[in-house]
Every structure is written in C-alpha cells, then in structure tokens.
Ligand binder design. Sequence first.
Ligand code: ADE
Length: 422
Amino acid sequence: MDGKGSDVKDLALADKGRTRIRWADAQMPVVGSIRERFTKEKPLRGLRLAACLHVTSETANLARTLAAGGAQVRLCASNPLSTQDDVAASLVVHDGIEVCAIKGEDNDTYYRHIQMALEGGPHVTMDDGADLVSVLHSRKRELLPGIIGGTEETTTGVIRLTSMAREGVLAYPIVAVNDAMTKHFFDNRYGTGQSTLDGIIRATNLLIAGLKIVIAGYGWCGRGVALRARGLGAHVVVTEIDPVKALEAVLDGYQVLPMEEASKIGDIFVTLSGNKHVLGRRHFDQMKDGAVVANSGHFNVEIDIPALEELAAGRKERLRDYVDQYTLPGGRRINLLGEGRLINLAAAEGHPAAVMDMSFANQALSVEYLAKEGKGLKRQVYPVPAAIDREIARLKLESMGVRIDTLTAEQRTYLSSWSEGT
Ligand code: ADE
C-alpha cells in the first residue's frame, strides 16, 4: 500500500503498530467474530466510509473489520492528542486503510485531516464527537446528498446531533451508538473509570490513596471514575447540577459539594461534565498549592485554560510529559494535565480493548444496518436496534464463558399476562 491519501507520522512504525493491534485484538472477540462473518458475506461491499475516531489499536481492529466487510475506509482522528502513531502507520502499510492522523497535530492540521477523510465523498460517516458531521454540514455541503447515514460514538456527539435534528438542519440519519446499553453502560462507566485514573497516574505517578478527588459530573463516566478512585483509597467529592444525579452520588456514599466549595479542598480535579468552563478563574483562585487539574470529557473546554494562562501570565513550565505547571500570583501552583484534553487518551491508551469490543461491535453492526436500511430512515437520530444490543451482550458473555438462564414456558406466560396476581 502506498498510502498516498494518508498523512501519518512515520510509516516505519508500522510493524510495532501491528503487534499492538494484535494484542488488542485478542481482547476483542465480539469484533473478531463480526470480522469473520463480514469477510465471508461482504455486507459493506462498495461502501465508502469516513471515520473520525481516536486512532488507537482498538479502533484499528474496528477499521480492519469494516474493510473486511468490503468498505473502503478513510480514518482521521477525533482528537489532536489521542492518535497512536504506530497504529496509524500499521493501518496504512498492512491493511491498506487511508489514515490522516498524527499525535499532537495542531488545530489546522486536525481539520485538514478531517477534510482528507472526506475525499471521494463517503456513503457512511462514523464520528466520535460530531466534528466530521459538523465539517460536512458547514464546509463540505456538496457531499451531503451522497450520504446514506452515520454513526456517533459518544455522549457529546449525540447531544450535538440531537440539537441539529431538533433544529431541522441534520441532513442524514444518525445511529446513536453511544446510547446502546452495551456501549455506555460499560465503555462510559468501566472504560472511563479505569482509563482516566490510568492517565492521571501515568502522567503524575501520584499515590491516589488518601487524596481528595473532585469529580465534576456524575453521568456514566463520572460514576465510573468515582468508583475506581474510591477503590484506590481516594476521598471522592462529586459536583453536579442535576439534583437526581447529585442525590444518587450522595446515596452512593460520596460527598457532594458545589464546585465553589470543592475547589478549596481538592487535590485532584477531574471534569467529565460535557460542559464548558466547569473549572474557571474563581475556582483556580481558591485551589490549594499543587492542585492537579485534568479533563476526561470529550472537548478541551471544561477547564477554562485561557483563564489559567492569563492568571499565570507566562509562568508556565512543563514538568513532565503531560504536566504543565502554572504559577499564580502569590506563588500557588496548579498542574494542568494533558493540555486539558481527554487525559485517558492523551497520557494513557484510552479504554481497554475488552470494553471497546462492545462499543465497536455496535459500530460495525450499526454500519451494516445503515447499509441495509439507511435509505428508508429519516434525518433523525436513531437508537441502535435493540436486537443488536442484546446480541452483542450475548456474544460477549459467550466469549467470557458465562452462561445464563432462559425463561420457562410458564414464566413467559406469566410475564405476558396481566390477570395473575398473588
Ligand atoms: N475512546 C476511549 N477509549 C478508546 C480507545 N481505546 N479506542 C478508541 N476510542 C476510545
């Protein structure tokens, strides 16, 4: 493969990337079984697919599966800091997949790579955060009529796309992969829980036990990080704006505080709210000397970095990879991790393959669904068909050697009748 339509860091990294992809593949039996079927049936034959995802070894196994199904895949990054350069090289050299992604690319390159992924005009789009859809609807509208449908991987993307559909501007149907039970229940909770702490620990090598960790947002991701932080011995504080989620955090045994209060006591802050400027100047003003600030939400807007830059007025030093120390007037220091980008992908390797197995099985089967049914769908955001969700859970259990019960005929009748009481 000459990789002419590609832009990666160094093709010489390809063999190292291939080993890494194989390692992940061993933990992705559901995607593997879909790849086997796709290889035989070619359900995606002739389909051009543009994917904007974190370019990791797990994503590589998804891309290989889509290609095995007959799709022509072009891949770009969904975050400037999340690309694994060896994996990108391997996809180009060993799998004939066009990849435009380089770890640490600047914003202009990031958007140029998205445009490159759209070359040739895709039939199906695959997004993680909806940047690809956003570029298509703003700068590349001439490609919209050729698109059958798209998929979306993450909560933030589903929120953006739902608002496009509500305003009547969404030009083609989207399947909200994030909302499948076998995605957010596992990936957002156990994936983010583990990988976020992995990122913080790899970046800082801090001992988590005994520290106060402030978690902004108690959605599925926040719940996961809280659970794992407690497991490591942290004192967990949750901040929320939703009373129901705040109540859940209280009954889960965490301290709940407004950020105004939490900012005075936290040792480590993690934002996973999906919102903007959850940590801002008024919070930096109150933080302890040495506080660590990290983001694990999709975009780098949750921490008001421009405010931090302004406060420090140039007194910024890179102390370790992924640790920038800002010194504020009076001498207090705040350590920002991973430039405020998703810390689990910036400083670590993202979610483990075993959990991405389910997320990406949903992606592969949703693309197959769009290839079959997309033309009959409206310009709306659709759930993953429930049958796909259940089948993925069944396959995952089977791969783990876990067996479950089935209903007896008597139980099926009982559940479907309304007349039987005590
Ligand atoms: N999102 C979170 N973790 C990921 C991973 N390992 N690969 C792709 N996308 C991810």
